[in-house]
Design a binder for this molecule. Structure first.
Ligand code: SOE
Length: 393
């Protein structure tokens, strides 16, 4: 619990859909479970449509509403801007906020292109020199089992990393009659499964291994090229109405990669894996052991210790709910487990702690830019078909 006499930090949230709601619960909850050096205040929520924004503010706990994000930046009672809008607006909002002296938390992927991510990183570096901090929201880093996996790799418990196997599997658009959304429009989202969920597994595998992806060979595919337009006016898709709209992003991204420490990797991101809802599956095989994680069983990390006698060796399920595990001591007694929303709460805790210590939080915008470079390399590789070898009929 955060003491009421801690200094406050006014937060301005831009966007109030799925991510806006997830971030709102984090800002609300964090001070009740963690002893924070700064007490966040849910000062203002911004959304273009006043009625919808007012309704969201009431539902999510925000004290006031603006319909233009620029007004949020002008307010003296806002010290931090939380960007939860589609990717096409990240660069403009985040750069303006940093220039206005506001700390920034920006949803992933950082931007829609490497050029935008570079401009954001430069702005972040200029701002950091003035004590203004920024972070990109690769939230899953804050799942306790992921934190433990990184710790075990760093301690050498699996030896040298040889294989990285990563999948992010969802199925919410497997049905061809699922409607258009901004996430299926390239000019809004930048890319499809690649940027939306592939970005997470690129970041997570780099975070766990402490290495970076140095090259890729990729395939992208769009299975359903036209979808019904959503009926609702004011939808973020910007294409609401009758008839169909064109899907301009990938439905799936599959790629091979090499890591800086010599490991080889396979990545798969799809929203067409029927039956898989939010399966982030990561397996890392090293010279001395292996680790495996699946977000659909997110309180568990599987560990194989290659040093054990073969007769008794085997993957063991570590229930990552002990007070000694990352973040867990603030929550429930051992065995009671955490959920999707806790990662967002931990993100806020780490961000506020770094701001109070006058340190740069991670993942930084530079980390977001590096992931953006991997995404762009995947797109270039897929477009070039450079290593694709057709099989003769
Ligand atoms: C949609 O695919 C989505 O909401 C992603 O955008 C999020 O980053 C992920 O946490 C869940 O799925």
């Amino acid at each position: 619990m955060t003491s009421p006499d801690r200094p406050t930090l006014g937060v301005g949230l831009i966007g109030h859909s799925f991510m806006g709601a997830a971030h709102s619960q984090a800002w609300r909850t964090a001070p009740h479970f963690f002893d924070l050096p700064l007490r966040p205040e849910l000062t203002v929520l911004a959304g273009r449509d006043r009625e919808r924004a007012t309704d969201a503010a009431a539902r999510l706990g925000w004290a006031s509403v603006e319909t233009d994000w620029r007004r949020v930046l002008e307010r003296d009672d806002v010290g931090l801007v939380d960007v939860c809008t589609p990717g096409d607006t990240h660069a403009e909002i985040a750069i303006a906020a940093l220039e206005a002296g506001k700390h920034v938390l920006c949803e992933k992927p950082l931007a829609n292109s490497v050029a935008e991510a570079e401009a954001m990183t430069e702005a972040a570096e200029r701002a950091a020199a003035r004590g203004v901090r920024s972070m990109v929201g690769f939230t899953y880093r804050r799942v306790p089992a992921i934190g433990l996996a990184r710790q075990l790799v760093a301690e050498g418990r699996i030896g040298q990393v040889r294989h990285v196997r990563a999948q992010y599997l969802q199925d919410w658009i497997a049905d061809p009659s699922a409607p258009m959304s901004w996430r299926l429009e390239k000019d809004k989202a930048g890319s499809g499964a690649l940027g939306d969920i592939g970005a997470h597994i690129v970041d997570l595998t780099q975070y766990i291994t402490g290495e970076t992806v140095t090259g890729v060979s990729a395939l992208l595919e769009t299975f359903v090229k036209e979808r019904p337009l959503p009926a609702a006016a004011g939808s973020l898709s910007g294409v609401a109405g009758e008839g169909t709209g064109r899907v301009t992003v990938d439905d799936t991204a599959v790629f091979l990669g090499r890591f800086s420490g010599g490991a080889v990797a396979t990545f798969e991101a799809t929203r067409f894996a029927l039956g898989r809802k939010n399966a982030i599956r990561i397996e890392v095989n090293g010279s001395a052991g292996s680790l495996a994680f699946d977000f659909e069983d997110m309180n568990v990390l599987e560990f194989f210790d290659g040093g054990e006698p073969a007769e008794v060796a085997g993957f063991r399920r570590i229930l990552v709910t002990e007070p000694g595990h990352p973040y867990v001591s603030a929550w429930w007694p051992a065995g009671h487990g955490l959920g999707y929303e806790h990662g967002f709460t931990h993100q806020v805790v780490d961000l506020l702690t770094a701001i109070a210590k006058q340190e740069d939080p991670t993942p930084s915008f530079a980390d977001g830019l590096q992931v953006q470079r991997v995404l762009e390399a995947v797109e270039r590789s897929a477009a070039a078909d450079s290593v694709w070898t057709p099989v003769p009929a």
